[in-house]
Design a protein. Structure first.
Length: 174
């Protein structure tokens, strides 16, 4: 890419297309851009077959625009989900998902408040959406339980939180 700064996402309003500024693209930025695009598609009722063409030019990095221009017919024919898979495959390091997954799996609560740590873990997992490394809510629950602070784990087992079968109620109770 042409610059050494990290790109950012800009959107003047939910009904306006997004812009991805020039700079280095990260998994976090792509996730933000993708969620903003979905919001834009919903607010403007953009048909699936037109979605890629409506937002691709908003990626302002010249090398990304050149990549899109060179294969525009193919890319415009993709669903937005398929397009994002190609963007990730081409513009992110090949090991980005493995690195993110390892960061998620090695994460422990430590001295952080449980809710703060749980949000961090869920954020890492959100980056892995549409990859084989994405954790289901049940697996997230297992990870959070296995890596929570020992004091909290003792309280957790004494209050029979294990009986809660849904992720969000479990998370709130924990």
């Amino acid at each position: 890419m042409s610059t050494s700064k990290t790109t950012c996402v800009e959107q003047p309003a939910p009904t306006k297309p997004l812009f991805l500024s020039m700079g280095d693209i990260t998994p976090e930025i792509l996730c933000t851009w993708e969620m903003g695009c979905h919001q834009y598609f919903k607010h403007k009722n953009i048909p699936n077959k037109e979605q890629v063409g409506k937002v691709a030019w908003g990626m302002l990095e010249p090398s990304v625009q050149e990549w899109y221009l060179n294969d525009q017919e193919h890319l415009d024919a993709l669903t937005f989900r398929e397009y994002m898979a190609e963007v990730r495959a081409y513009w992110l390091p090949s090991d980005w998902a493995d690195i993110t997954w390892q960061k998620l799996l090695s994460s422990t609560q430590g001295n952080k408040p449980f809710n703060e740590w749980a949000v961090e873990v869920q954020g890492l997992n959100a980056l892995l959406h549409d990859t084989p490394s994405y954790l289901t809510e049940l697996n997230l629950c297992y990870h959070l339980e296995a890596h929570m602070h020992t004091d909290l784990r003792t309280k957790y087992h004494s209050e029979d939180i294990l009986a809660i079968n849904e992720f969000h109620p479990w998370l709130k109770k924990t």
